[in-house]
Ligand binder design. Structure first.
Ligand SMILES: *Cc1c(COP(=O)(O)O)cnc(C)c1O
Length: 397
C-alpha cells in the first residue's frame, strides 16, 4: 500500500466513529463490475456496495440523468409536488403491483414506516394501543430503534435495550412457530422474503402461502422486507413475485436508487386508505427530486438492459460454479440462495478468506461469521463469475 493511502486510512481512524472494522483499502473509482483503489489497483467486485450498485459503476446514462437533475433542482419539500417523485412512484407501482408509495432515505427508515403503518392500521380497526408485530429470528431490518426492535439477533440489540414493545419472534419457514405467537393483538407479520444478513435463507413457498392465508383470515398485515432481495436480485423485480402471493406492505431500498440514498415503503390501496393519514408521517429529504430521478433512471435501465434476464442466466451459472466449489472442498458445507443473492456456507470462519481475496483483487463480503455472501452488480457476466471462482478457489486452498 502506498504511503498516501495509508495516511488516509490513519486519518479516517482519527475522524470517523469506529463503528466498522474496515478493510485496509480506500476505493477511489469504479468502472462496470470493477473497483479501483487510490493506488490504481483493480478489484473484481462481488459486493456492489452491499447489493446496491445493480447497474455497475460509471453507468453513463444513469450519471447523465443525475447530472441533468442536479442542474434543474436537487431538493424542494414534500409540501410541494415534484415531477421526478410522481414519475418514480408511478414506475414503482407498475413494477410492484402495489398501490401507494412513501419514499424514505434508507432501508431502516422504510421499516420504521412499515411498523407505523401496521400500528395505525390496527388502531383504526379496534382502537387498541397494544398491538403486536411478529418478526423472525435471524432477521435483519436495520439499525434505528424500531428496525432494531424487529431484528431477531441479540448481537445487534443487547446494548440498546429496551426495544420498542410488543414484538414477538418466530422462525422463518416454521409456520407453527408463527401460529404460536399469534394473539388477538397481532397487527402484522414481518419478514425478509430472503433473509440476507442472517445467512441467505429464502422463504419457502409453503411458508409464504400459509402466512398469506393466516393474514387474510385474521386481517393481519403481511409485510415483506425486500430491501436486499428486491429490485431484480432474485431474477424477479421483487422476490415475492415468484410465489404467486402479494404482501399488504413491502419495503425496498439498497438497489432502488443504485447509490443515491433512497428507500420506500409501499402498500395496497386498502392499507393506504386505513393507516397513515395527513400529519401521521413525514420526512424532509425522502423522495426528493434527485433521489427520484435516480429511481426513474434505474427502473428504465433495468428494462432497457434486460437486467432480469441477465440475473436469471448469470445467477444460474453462479449457482452451478458455487455448487462445484461446495463439492470440491470439505470446508464448504453448502450453497444457498436465489439468483444473484447467494451464500457459500463454510464449517469455519471466513474472515481470512475474504481478506486474502482482497489482496488478490476480489471484493467479497460475509453474512455472519461462516458464510461468504455474493451480491454482485446485476449486469455481471459469466466470465466475471469464472474469474471470481478462480481467485476464490486459490484463497480457500
Ligand atoms: C440493509 C438492510 C436493511 C437496512 O437498510 P439501511 O439502508 O442500511 O438502513 C433492512 N433490511 C434488510 C433486509 C437489509 O438488507
Amino acid at each position: 500500500m502506498s504511503a498516501e493511502m495509508q495516511s488516509y486510512i490513519d486519518e479516517a481512524e482519527q475522524a470517523l466513529l469506529h463503528t466498522y472494522n474496515r478493510y485496509q483499502v480506500v476505493f477511489d473509482k469504479g468502472e462496470g463490475v470493477y473497483l479501483y483503489d487510490m493506488d490504481g489497483k483493480r478489484y473484481l467486485d462481488f459486493v456492489s456496495g452491499i447489493a446496491v450498485f445493480a447497474l455497475g459503476y460509471h453507468n453513463t446514462e444513469y450519471n447523465d440523468a443525475l447530472k441533468a437533475q442536479i442542474d434543474k433542482i436537487i431538493h424542494t419539500s414534500n409540501y410541494y409536488y415534484n415531477a421526478p417523485a410522481i414519475e418514480a412512484a408511478k414506475k414503482l407501482k407498475e413494477i410492484s403491483g402495489m398501490d401507494r408509495v412513501f419514499f424514505t432515505n434508507s432501508g431502516a427508515e422504510a421499516i420504521e414506516g412499515a411498523i407505523k403503518t401496521a400500528r395505525k392500521y390496527g388502531y383504526l380497526k379496534d382502537g387498541r394501543t397494544d398491538h403486536e408485530i411478529i418478526a423472525m429470528n435471524h432477521s435483519f431490518h436495520g439499525r434505528t430503534m424500531g428496525a432494531l426492535s424487529v431484528t431477531g439477533n441479540p448481537h445487534y440489540r443487547d446494548a440498546f435495550e429496551p426495544m420498542i414493545g410488543n414484538i414477538r419472534f418466530a422462525n422463518l419457514n416454521d409456520f407453527d412457530s408463527v401460529m404460536a405467537q399469534v394473539t388477538d393483538k397481532t397487527c402484522a407479520i414481518l419478514f425478509e422474503t430472503v433473509q440476507g444478513e442472517g445467512g441467505i435463507y429464502p422463504a419457502t413457498e409453503e411458508f409464504m402461502r400459509k402466512v398469506r392465508t393466516l393474514c387474510d383470515e385474521r386481517d393481519i398485515l403481511m409485510i415483506l422486507d425486500e430491501i436486499q432481495c428486491g429490485m431484480g436480485r432474485t431474477g424477479e423485480m421483487f422476490a415475492w413475485q415468484r410465489y404467486g402471493i402479494k404482501p399488504d406492505v413491502m419495503t425496498t431500498a439498497k438497489a432502488l436508487g443504485c447509490g443515491v440514498p433512497v428507500g420506500a415503503f409501499l402498500m395496497t390501496e386498502k392499507v393506504g386508505q386505513n393507516s397513515l393519514a395527513a400529519g401521521d408521517h413525514g420526512t424532509t429529504y425522502g423522495g426528493n427530486p434527485l433521489a427520484c430521478a435516480a429511481i426513474c433512471k434505474v427502473i428504465e435501465l433495468f428494462e432497457k438492459q434486460k437486467v432480469l434476464a441477465n440475473v436469471r442466466e448469470v445467477g444460474a451459472y453462479l449457482e452451478k460454479r458455487l455448487d462445484e466449489l461446495a463439492a470440491e472442498f470439505s470446508c464448504v458445507e453448502t450453497r444457498r440462495g436465489v439468483g444473484l443473492l447467494q451464500g457459500l456456507v463454510f464449517n469455519r470462519p471466513v474472515g481470512d478468506i475474504i481478506t486474502e481475496a482482497m489482496e488478490k483483487g476480489l471484493v467479497l463480503i460475509n453474512a455472519g461469521t461462516s458464510i461468504i455472501r455474493f451480491v454482485p452488480s446485476l449486469v455481471i457476466q459469466k466470465e466475471h463469475v469464472d474469474d471470481m471462482i478462480a481467485i476464490l478457489r486459490e484463497c480457500i486452498r
